[in-house]
Design a protein around this ligand. Structure first.
Ligand code: PLP
Length: 474
């Protein structure tokens, strides 16, 4: 049985803005309506739901484990989801009229309940009093979490290469990025310790942002030991952590690199499924210092714009208040469809089957791209074979002379465009305050998620041609 610990109190670190956030007064009235079904409300100015023009909303989704690509449009192979105006017997999902009505900042109950059940089953947080609030995806979640703890001029520790949208979020909020070295397993705990121990900046180091699985852009996945070591350093320096983990389920464990789709299929039993995923930082957290961002973007579809945030209840409540004055809550159609899918149609088991099918597809892609890199690029590049996510991060074997040339990476980039192949140059992932200092770092990120597997060889041979034109040899 888990012995749940008492979390540390993070409220002394709340920003003034977070401290001022309160329940929006009219939202506070909703609880009276929820508590007493006989109450006649002449209170909130909710539009009359009988006037909503939607009678029902339907979607057809694949059977868990299937892929929509194999199903012709109009062909009846999927599972039907219908949101109706009245509650269906046995369904946990709210009727359409309440999905489309104004609601509280947590999001609709049936979906938040599913997320909470899912977090318990998958991560089982080890401290008392955590909760979940919906977001419009992790981009939205990140903005709201940093507002809780960071003011203009504060610092955030980040990987030396990291996700550009996060960099821009920090930059536009006036937050200084303090880079920490990474290797093939992500942020290096001893490097984090060193930065914190030697810190002499005016403002303290209070927060770390990282992507522990399939890191964007490096593709690195932190092993369990790395996660534990990292957590210890966070405890030592009393750091609050933003665990941004959209690739968590796309782990490949020790599945070997095989050069074809057919050969890879024989290794599917090596995939972790859901049972053997590396534990998240949240699941190791006894102090309540990890705030975890989840999203359906890589699990279902990104423009559903839906995610959820998990952490200590008092700070989750602040995010609920923040939602109330910004998004209110994610779109009712999206939440309703996701809730129906997860609660009634796929259920937790179907969701897990779906996850396994994603792991299979991305493993095939990882294997084919890595085989192509081995075949066509050889020693032109160095990389760690990713064990999760969607990216291979390559360091080009440029000569010292080339490395000393200003603008070399821009020229390589221009040549790639000329040869009709696109990879993202390293400088775009740099959190450095002076981008010119990293402009010529010899890194490229290849995403193996979007192009078709059949296109990988063409892309890699074009890249080989570009690199050969700069004198690199296999
Ligand atoms: N965080 C990371 C590390 C990502 O790589 C991405 C998308 O590429 C996101 C967040 C975006 O998440 P969302 O679509 O939920 O806003």
């Amino acid at each position: 049985m888990t012995n749940y610990s008492t979390p540390i109190d993070l409220s002394p670190y709340f920003t003034e803005r977070a401290n001022r956030r309160n329940v929006s007064p009219l939202k506070g009235l909703l609880r009276f309506m929820q508590a007493d079904p006989t109450l006649i409300s002449l209170g909130g100015g909710l539009p009359n739901p009988d006037l909503f023009p939607f009678i029902d909303v339907s979607a057809t989704v694949v059977l868990p484990g299937n892929n929509a690509i194999n199903i012709a449009e109009g062909e009846e192979k999927g599972l039907n989801i219908t949101l109706t105006r009245s509650s269906r017997h046995g369904s946990k999902v709210e009727p359409l009229n309440s999905l489309l009505q104004y609601g509280g900042g947590f999001g609709i109950k049936s979906l938040v309940d599913f997320f909470t059940e899912h977090m318990t089953a998958t991560h089982n947080p080890k401290y008392k009093d955590w909760s979940v609030v919906s977001s419009v995806g992790s981009t939205d979640g990140l903005t709201k979490v940093i507002e809780l703890f960071l003011n203009d001029g504060d610092n955030i520790l980040v990987c030396e290469w990291t996700y550009p949208t996060a960099i821009e979020t920090f930059h536009s909020s006036g937050i200084n990025r303090v880079p920490v070295k990474i290797d093939g397993e992500g942020m290096i705990p001893s490097a984090l310790d060193e930065v914190c121990s030697n810190w002499s900046g005016e403002k303290p180091l209070r927060m770390v942002y990282l992507i522990p699985t399939g890191q964007n852009p490096s593709g690195a996945t932190m092993s369990l030991q790395r996660r534990k070591d990292f957590y210890k350093v966070c405890q030592k320096h009393n750091l609050i952590v933003i665990e941004d983990d959209p690739y968590y389920f796309l782990q490949f464990a020790d599945a070997p690199v095989c050069d074809t789709k057919q050969a890879t299929e024989n290794t599917f039993s090596e995939l972790p499924g859901i049972e053997r995923l590396i534990p998240s930082l949240l699941s190791l957290d006894t102090d309540g210092r990890i705030i975890r961002l989840d999203t359906v973007s890589k699990l279902l579809a990104p423009n559903m714009r839906l995610g959820w945030i998990t952490g200590q209840s008092n700070l989750i409540q602040k995010i609920q208040f923040h939602n109330e004055t910004t998004i209110q809550q994610p779109c009712g159609f999206t939440q309703g469809l996701a809730s129906k899918l997860f609660n009634d149609t796929w259920g937790l088991d179907g969701f897990l089957t779906h996850v396994l099918s994603l792991q299979k597809e991305y493993l095939v892609r990882r294997n084919v791209i890595v085989s192509q890199l081995q075949k066509h690029l050889g020693n032109m590049v160095k990389y760690t074979i990713p064990t999760g996510g969607m990216f291979v991060w390559m360091e080009l074997n440029l000569s010292p002379d080339q490395l000393a040339q200003t603008g070399i990476m821009q020229r390589i980039f221009d040549k790639m465009i000329e040869e009709s192949v696109l990879l993202v140059p390293g400088w775009m992932f740099s959190p450095a305050s002076d981008p010119s200092s990293v402009k010529d770092k010899p890194f490229l990120r290849a995403a193996f998620s979007f192009a078709s597997v059949e296109e990988f060889e063409g892309a890699v041979t074009r890249l080989a041609k570009v690199l050969e034109s700069f004198g690199l040899h296999k």
